[in-house]
Design a protein around this ligand. Sequence first.
Ligand SMILES: O=P(O)(O)O[C@@H]1[C@@H](OP(=O)(O)O)[C@H](OP(=O)(O)O)[C@H](O)[C@H](OP(=O)(O)O)[C@H]1OP(=O)(O)O
Ligand SMILES: Nc1ncnc2c1ncn2[C@@H]1O[C@H](COP(=O)(O)OP(=O)(O)OP(=O)(O)O)[C@@H](O)[C@H]1O
Ligand SMILES: [Zn+2]
Length: 444
Amino acid sequence: MEIVLDQKDAADWTYRGEGAVNLVLAYTGSSPLFFGKVIRIQKAARNGSHCTSVRSVVALSAHERLLWRDLGDLVSCTDRDVVCQMYVQHVMIPLLDSKHVDAGVHILVTREFLETIEKNILSQRPAWRVSAGRVNIHCDSVLLQSDHSIFPQGGEGEFCISVEIKPKWGCLPTSRFISKRNAIKKSVTRFRMLQAWKLQKGEISELSDYDPLDLFSGSQDRIYKAIKDLFSTPQNNFRVFLNGSLILGTEGGYAVDTNLEIEEAFEDALQSVIQRGNGFRTMSFLQLVAEAVHKSGCLNRLLDVQKLDSFDIEGAIHAYYDIISEPCLVCRQMDDDELLKRCATLHSAHLDQSLEIVRNYLTAATAKDCSLMITFRPWHVDCPGSTYNSIFVESTKQTFDYKVNFIDLDLKPFKKMEQYYEQDKKIVRNYNQMFVTELEADHY
Ligand SMILES: O=P(O)(O)O[C@@H]1[C@@H](OP(=O)(O)O)[C@H](OP(=O)(O)O)[C@H](O)[C@H](OP(=O)(O)O)[C@H]1OP(=O)(O)O
Ligand SMILES: Nc1ncnc2c1ncn2[C@@H]1O[C@H](COP(=O)(O)OP(=O)(O)OP(=O)(O)O)[C@@H](O)[C@H]1O
Ligand SMILES: [Zn+2]
């Protein structure tokens, strides 16, 4: 018999968090079927009184079907949600390893279930997220996935502590299609430039200390620095959950900088997790996280996927115009003859090459926006066949099992290419205006 979640089931699901597109709820009921699971519910944008799906209602546009035509199953899907799940299965899992990714399964839900969920979680959602979007009550299914903040078989009375990191772009672009005007992109990270933009718009009140280049550096010391910086300025890049409950950061939004009060509360929350060694528990914990990042090598793999974007949006946008068979608006406005000539080579490429450039760009975009969850539990001598790797923390003499999972590996819409191009221009222009004098800009 097919499972359908109905109104009476809504009370068993509690708010876990949300992004721009989905709401995530964790199971707190007693059915073994759902134990250790979360559901991901699609949101609908609020445009005045009108509600439309955050993503297009149509599964794939004609251009997207062309783009992903080699993945037969994917292009025949009629539901965008199912497309995203298949994209994870056919594109992201081969790149990131099935050990680290759960594509999930769809389960049916009634409209009453979704309406009740919406009412139940309203007070827990950040106000700005509520104004931007609501539960899409027109969906008839949700995505059921493993709750990565816990282990599937947790021992009795045993804790699980989990860190969620949204690492963003871990390298600087080197593409020869980057214009002189935007050359600063080759030396300042997009994360940093976007921080300046967010500060300007009032989305954040302080710049983040975090530098993605540290996290992706492969050097243990720099990774530790990145984790410490994420701890002090978590924004929407860092969260910690203890047994599935948030103990640092904010659900679904931007956290304030970590002040003394937050630091003390976190140190207390770690009492059941980390033994008091020579220093603070927090320090040992952050070292543990840094070591897991380093030892697992998970970010090396993610970085390789991000690097599929070798043309940068300033190159890929030309391929986009060729695919949609429209005159290139970028070349039309270009005042640099040398660059124009270089871009002409892209326009003379075969359609298959243009498709490959855009496909790679969008795949990399997913990898630049996803998050990873690293989850720890105490290691047991009596569990010799454990499939998990372990880490020994010297300062507290404790050993932990850990696992790494990627989340939010959704397909980025083809149509967003134009938006990516415009946003890139805006972010760089803003950064130059805020931080770089004209003289310096010439130098880049
Ligand atoms: O453009 P960015 O780098 O700001 O990334 C967007 C994210 O902003 P961030 O800077 O991480 O706070 C943004 O996150 P928030 O909503 O700001 O938490 C989304 O993840 C967005 O993706 P999508 O529209 O949900 O597919 C992200 O859009 P994409 O660029 O990944 O499509
Ligand atoms: N499988 C999971 N296990 C545990 N927690 C999860 C899982 N999936 C999502 N979450 C939690 O729910 C939050 C929102 O999920 P997600 O990032 O997938 O939303 P989104 O709307 O797709 O995000 P974005 O804005 O980046 O597109 C995450 O930040 C994380 O805290
Ligand atoms: Zn062009």
